[in-house]
Design a protein around this ligand. Sequence first.
Ligand code: IPE
Ligand code: IPE
Ligand code: MG
Length: 252
Amino acid sequence: MAFFGKNKKGEPGAAPLSGEIILPRHVGIIMDGNGRWAKKRGLPRKAGHREGAQTFRTITRYCSELGIEYLTVYAFSTENWKRPADEVGALMGLFKSYLKEALEDFKDDDIVVRFIGDKAGFSPELQELMRENEESSRHRDGMVLNIAMNYGSRDEIVRAVKRICAQVQDGRLTDADVTEQLISDNLYTAGQPDPDLIIRPSGEYRISNFMLWQSAYTEFVIMNKLWPDFTKDDLNEALRIYAQRNRRYGGV
Ligand code: IPE
Ligand code: IPE
Ligand code: MG
């Protein structure tokens, strides 16, 4: 595809590409619509999650091929525990088999796997799998893939505030040290650029507790496709829409 090109690592903001499009450095995806996809076919919701996991695999690899530097996918929110036990159970089963097998795929693409969210909410077995995946991919130098699991941005901000309070209390920090940067540095995404683009498939116009702090100036693209139906072409379209946006950051 002529209009795509590699982004330059370490460059602030998206790199302009002559004759090609401007790629975001950091893309977030709210992987939504699995349940509706299954319902449309008269299948149980878990069938939609299984299909959604395949889309995740395809789109992650594609982002890495394009030269996206950071991809954050929202897989399970702090609110998703409210769902019926059999659906939550099916999702946990899927995460387990996925973390055991499919993440191996990312080896060839040199993808660094990170989990953002409260790992303590998961079973010891899942926590261990998450740790192993992070550990074994740490040395790689390809795209960073953040998998948001038991992630809620309000929870993330509360956790950051508590960490900062503890440091103020024991005298390592003073009030004057509390800055926007310090808050960013205490989020799960510490050290990473804010997302340039967040894509929400399934046509819902809401953020659902995803990267609230980090998305202050993120461009949003809502797409009318359910996540299991989402294709590389849909991603291309979102990237094209992003490239046409005029980001002003409050300036003129
Ligand atoms: C997203 O799909 C996956 C998770 C939230 C785990 P949904 O399960 O929310 O699908 P819909 O929105 O009900 O169609
Ligand atoms: C957001 O989707 C969470 C994930 C995709 C993991 P939800 O389906 O949970 O969000 P709401 O309930 O429609 O806001
Ligand atoms: Mg949903």
